[in-house]
Design a protein around this ligand. Sequence first.
Ligand code: IMP
Length: 221
Amino acid sequence: MRQVLIATSNPGKLRDFAGAALRHGIEITGIPGFSSLPPVVEDGLTFEANARKKAEEYSHYVPGKIVVADDSGLEVDALSGAPGVHSARYAAPELQNKEPHEADANTDDEANNARLLRELKSVPPAKRSGRFVCVLAAAREGETLATFRGTAEGIILEAPQGTNGFGYDPLFYFPQIKKTFAELSSEEKANYSHRGAAFRQFLRWCDADENVYSGSTPAQI
Ligand code: IMP
């Protein structure tokens, strides 16, 4: 079976990716010893830059294999695209007294959501549009082969709704189904989410691309 390695320590992400990939004859696994590898600094200005950087750097540890990395976040129009690439550290000014790009660690979801609500306090419902974005990069031996971008358009609510999911899900209302992402099961969310959309593009690329190889034989481009 064709094999793709995902650069993540998040077992939830791995499971989501693995289930969808199996139907395309692709085996998804983590990178062996991922948690003990030196972390890649996500200092890119775009989701693409961070996803490529992670995929390229981690692919050096598994020569010949295709490594996929993702970067994702929430862009809010009324905030000129913030929190964007800083979504995971948006509450750093309150919690660490640092700007998100200088933060030492991710800040917790509750604090990030609280900051988002504060920043949008005076913004009326009609102007609370935004989107989740996910970019996947596939790399081999330090070189990006392709990137895939998925988005989900929604509205930022004035109060959380729903208890599933993670991150900004309880504030992200998806008009198409009149629910927030936190009111969906993980299977339902994958049908509509930015991550699901990007991953389906990746799978189509795998299906179409003869260079995605079988087993452990390095591919020839
Ligand atoms: P990462 O790409 O896993 O580092 O995610 C970046 C941050 O974006 C997360 O910590 C969340 O705050 C936010 N985010 C990304 N995807 C989602 C999602 O599907 N739901 C809610 N928040 C998300």
